[in-house]
Every structure is written in structure tokens, then in C-alpha cells.
Design a protein around this ligand. Structure first.
Ligand SMILES: Nc1ncnc2c1ncn2[C@@H]1O[C@H](COP(=O)(O)OP(=O)(O)O)[C@@H](O)[C@H]1O
Ligand SMILES: O=P(O)(O)O[C@H]1O[C@H](CO)[C@@H](O[C@H]2O[C@H](CO)[C@@H](O)[C@H](O)[C@H]2O)[C@H](O)[C@H]1O
Length: 495
């Protein structure tokens, strides 16, 4: 058993009064001394949502000592609001600033293995002379989090909960998931994975809500939550979801890695694409059984179209390269509004909301699971939880096959080693897109291709989202969604 497995959560902070004591050490005084370090460190994190605008200050939302900060190894849980200049898209009203979850380790000095986790050295305040760092790189803080979930600890405003039907072992060795992502995850001994959400929003979070609902329904395509971390904040003790613990799918590979691997070998991926279509349809069918569905009539469709059009306008302001294509892209949305005006209706239900190959995990036996039900992180929570046509998720996957094909720097890919014909990367994507829809239809009885107007509108909306996402997070990738924008504007994308 490792050093920290025997260590329980800081006892002085296991109840309300203890939390107040913690706040007197770890509260505003400490935040003031952390302020200059965080201003520099936070914007460099992949999960930081406010890229491109300086951080001008912080407000403390909650501070909880999980290990005493004056001890050899301290652990501080912080929720802080980062203040930044307001974006035009955030409207004229003052914006309170995004709230982030931080786990701050406190030590005298960092051992070399923790050097990449350094946030900085405190030169004033209650912990002057000590070093603060990203605690998720460290074993003991990770163990403290699992132990708190296992024992259903309530620590200040933090509430660690679990599903008692799942056995959570004590003492598995933790390791940080290093893949670039929107949140931060820790794997425990290949049995569980804890995802800590970084940008925290109030209200029911679909990343916990939907997997819980699917687990109730017995849907095997989504790992069932085993534990979750909440913060009860404000005078009304409103719950904020901070993290979710799930069984770890050992040896699983994500659809993105697999697709790139097969592309690099010139291998066909249509059998997997078809299996992914089947898995998506299974999840959709279960969601439609367990959560409400609604019919979208002309008014609701017009609202959806207005949302798509507005997102396009805002995106074209943020990424001027879109402006040339905006009029043609708008026709995809107008065609949908025209169908609704003629009396066509659509069924809407809860969907994944940000489905792409990276959200699909294939277990060694070949079964696919879907993960990460957070939805598009930049959208307000209420919007992410609204029932949507299933074409939203289908469009996400179709875009993803296109992404994979166009991220491999190879213009021509032979599909089979024994095949003397060659196919372009675009043909690879076309084959996968068709196979995915076939698989979807096999399970659901509805082929998404039979609704091309809706699919084109959803794919256009997704590609516009991707342009903004890439411009903000990975400018080198911008050509991938921009190429799709050109094809969608010309109505050339075959399904
Ligand atoms: N249940 C799981 N089993 C195995 N690996 C997982 C599991 N859940 C997530 N992962 C891995 O962790 C990564 C990040 O998880 P994800 O929920 O997508 O977080 P983010 O919101 O940060 O993108 C995934 O890409 C996947 O590789
Ligand atoms: O971090 P999340 O996985 O929640 O999603 C965000 O990041 C994704 C990239 O990691 C982004 O997906 C886009 O790039 C993928 C390849 O890396 C591609 O497969 C997707 O089709 C494409 O949308 C996703 O949009 C974003 O929300």
C-alpha cells in the first residue's frame, strides 16, 4: 500500500465549522498570494476556456483543505472565478467570469518528478516560502480524492458520493491521464477513472445525468458512474458537479486513435464505423426510453435555425475566414426552416451533444462504449440539456470521419494492401460515413440519410463550431474544418 493510502482526508475539514477554519488559512489571503502565479499559469492550461483574453483577477468561490496546507504535503481544493475582459458574444451585461476547479498541492520544494506540475513559489501571504503545484500530477492527492469518494466524505462544501452497488477498492495506484483534453482525469490501477471537470457551471450536469440515466436503463454502451463529487454552494446550497468516477475500460482504444492507425496502414474502417453506428443507435434508443422526447414543430425548428444562424454570425466575427462562405452556409439552415414551414415535424430527445471518434472507446473484445456526455463545453448548460434531433450526434460522427481522413498528411491511401486500386482520403471518409449510417439504421430502424436537409444543417452547424474551437484551441488544425466548410457551402459533402 502506498504512502497515502493510509492517509484519510484532513480531519479538521470534515464538517462545516472545520471548513471555516480551513478557509481562514486557505481563503482570500492565500488567493491574493496565488493571484500572480495563477494569472500566468491558468491561461496555459489546455482546459482553460478563456483563451486569448488576459486574466485580470480572481474571486474565491470555495476553498477546502483536503490535506493541511501547512503540513509536509498540503492539498487545497479551490473553486475560483477568473475575471477577463468581456467578449462581444457575452452581451453588454457584466460577466461574472468562468469558475474553475483547481487542486493545488503545497510543498516546501518539488521533487524532480513533479517539476512539470509547478505553478510557482509563494513569496508572501500565509504560506510564504512554499511551493504550489498542480496536485493531479502527484500520487497522494489523487489517493485522497478516491478515498473521499469511497468513504462518502463531506468536507466543507464538498460532497463525495458513490453508488454503493459498485465496489471501490482502497489503495489502487493512481496515474494522471496525459492526453490533451477539456477536463482532467486520473486512472486508478486500471479499475476506475475519475474525471474532474475544470470549468464549473451550476445546474444538472449531463456528464453525470446521462450516464446515470443510462445505467438505470441497463444500457451497456456507457460506463456506469461509481462515484461523483459535488459542491453545495451559495445560500441555497445549489449543487455543482465537480467530478465523476467510472469503471475504467482497460485496454480500450479510442476511435480516433484506431481510425488514424487504420488510415496510416491504408486499411478499411467501415466495419468499425458500422459498429459505431449501431452503438450510437443503442444509446439513443435507451435515452429516448428513459428521458422525455418532444416533437419539434415550426416554432421550435425556427428557434433551432435561429440558434444555428446566430452561431454562424458570431463565428464569422471571431474567424473572418468564414465570412466568404456564410451566405451559402445559411442556405442549409434556411432549407430546414422551409421544411418546417411546410408542416414537417421532427422528434427530439436527449443526445450526447459532442459525439466524435475520441468519445468512443473500443474494448479489447470489440465492444464500443460512448463517454463524455458533457456536450459542447462552450454552450450554456440549459442549451446542452435540451432535447435535440438525433442528427446532431450523427452529424458529429460524420464530421469526425472527415477529420480523421483529413488529418493524415497523405493525399492517396490504398484501401487494402492486395488492392491495386487506390482511394483518396475523402473516399475513406465517405465509406465510413455511409457505413456508420447503415449501422445506425440497423438498430434504430431509421437511416439518418433519409433526412438530408436536417443532416446538412446539423453538419454545417458542427463544422462552424469546430472552426471556432480550432481557432481558439488548436489554430494549426483550422484547415480541417475550413475544408469542410468549403464543401458544405458548395453542398458537396456526400453522405
Ligand atoms: N471509462 C473509461 N475507460 C477508459 N478510458 C477512459 C474512460 N473514460 C475516459 N477515458 C479516457 O480519458 C480521456 C478523457 O476523458 P473524457 O471524458 O473525454 O474527458 P474530456 O472531457 O477531458 O475530453 C478519454 O479520451 C479516454 O481516453
Ligand atoms: O474535449 P472534448 O473531447 O470534449 O471535445 C472538444 O475537443 C475535441 C478535440 O479533442 C473536438 O473534436 C474535434 O477534433 C477531433 C479530433 O481531435 C475530431 O475527431 C472531432 O470530430 C472534432 O470535432 C471537439 O469538437 C471539442 O468539443
Amino acid at each position: 500500500m502506498s504512502e497515502a493510502a493510509t492517509h484519510s482526508v484532513h480531519p479538521s475539514a470534515t464538517a462545516g465549522p472545520g471548513a471555516k477554519a480551513a478557509a481562514s488559512t486557505a481563503g482570500p489571503g492565500l488567493l491574493a498570494s496565488l493571484d500572480p502565479l495563477l494569472r500566468e499559469w491558468l491561461p496555459r492550461q489546455r482546459w482553460f476556456a478563456g483563451k486569448g483574453r488576459p486574466v485580470t483577477g480572481f474571486t474565491l468561490v470555495s476553498a477546502t483543505e483536503l490535506l493541511p496546507v501547512r503540513s509536509k504535503l498540503g492539498l487545497l481544493h479551490l473553486l475560483v472565478r477568473a475575471h477577463q475582459p468581456v467578449l462581444p458574444t457575452q452581451g453588454a451585461l457584466p460577466h461574472p467570469g468562468d469558475c474553475y476547479q483547481l487542486l493545488i498541492g503545497v510543498r516546501e520544494a518539488l521533487p524532480p518528478r513533479l517539476a512539470p506540475a509547478l505553478i510557482g513559489h509563494l513569496d508572501k501571504g500565509p504560506l510564504a516560502g512554499r511551493t504550489v503545484y498542480e496536485a493531479l500530477y502527484d500520487i497522494r492527492p489523487a489517493e485522497v480524492l478516491l478515498e473521499a469518494l469511497r468513504t462518502r466524505a463531506h468536507i466543507g462544501e464538498l460532497r463525495f458520493e458513490r453508488d454503493m452497488r459498485q465496489d471501490i477498492p482502497s489503495g489502487p495506484v493512481p496515474r494522471r491521464v496525459t492526453a490533451e483534453q477539456s477536463n482532467s482525469s486520473i486512472v486508478y490501477g486500471d479499475t476506475f477513472i475519475l474525471k474532474l471537470l475544470r470549468r464549473i457551471v451550476s445546474g444538472t450536469n449531463p456528464d453525470l445525468e446521462l450516464p446515470l440515466a443510462l445505467a438505470r436503463e441497463g444500457c451497456p454502451r456507457v460506463p456506469a458512474p461509481a462515484g461523483w463529487l459535488l459542491a453545495d454552494l451559495g445560500p441555497d446550497r445549489e449543487s455543482y458537479v465537480l467530478g465523476v468516477l467510472q469503471p475504467y475500460l482497460k485496454g480500450a482504444a479510442d476511435g480516433w486513435e484506431l481510425a488514424l492507425r487504420e488510415l496510416a496502414k491504408g486499411q478499411d474502417f467501415t466495419a468499425e464505423a458500422r459498429a459505431l453506428g449501431r452503438a450510437t443507435a443503442e444509446v439513443h434508443t435507451a435515452l429516448a426510453r428513459v428521458l422525455p422526447t418532444v416533437t419539434l414543430g415550426p416554432t421550435q425548428v425556427q428557434l433551432m435555425v435561429d440558434g444555428m444562424t446566430e452561431r454562424l454570425e458570431l463565428a464569422a466575427q471571431a474567424v473572418p475566414a468564414l465570412q466568404l462562405y456564410a451566405p451559402a452556409l445559411r442556405t442549409a439552415f434556411e432549407a430546414l426552416a422551409d421544411l418546417a414551414a411546410e408542416g414537417r415535424t421532427w422528434t427530439a430527445q436527449r443526445v450526447h451533444g459532442d459525439l466524435h471518434l475520441g468519445q468512443c472507446l473500443r474494448a479489447p473484445g470489440g465492444a464500443w462504449s460512448l463517454i463524455d456526455f458533457e456536450g459542447e463545453p462552450s454552450k450554456p448548460l440549459a442549451e446542452r440539456r435540451m432535447p435535440q434531433p438525433i442528427a446532431r450526434d450523427v452529424a458529429g460522427m460524420l464530421r469526425s470521419f472527415d477529420y480523421a481522413a483529413h488529418s493524415v498528411p497523405r493525399p492517396v491511401v490504398p484501401l487494402r494492401a492486395d488492392d491495386d486500386s487506390t482511394a483518396t482520403a475523402a473516399d475513406w471518409a465517405t465509406g465510413c460515413r455511409a457505413a456508420y449510417c447503415t449501422g445506425y439504421a440497423e438498430v434504430s430502424g431509421r437511416d439518418p440519410r433519409t433526412d438530408p436537409v436536417l443532416l446538412r444543417a446539423c453538419e454545417t452547424d458542427k463544422a462552424v463550431y469546430e472552426v471556432v474551437y480550432e481557432a481558439r484551441h488548436r489554430p494549426d488544425w483550422l484547415p480541417v474544418p475550413m475544408a469542410a466548410i468549403r464543401r458544405l457551402a458548395a453542398d458537396e459533402d456526400p453522405v
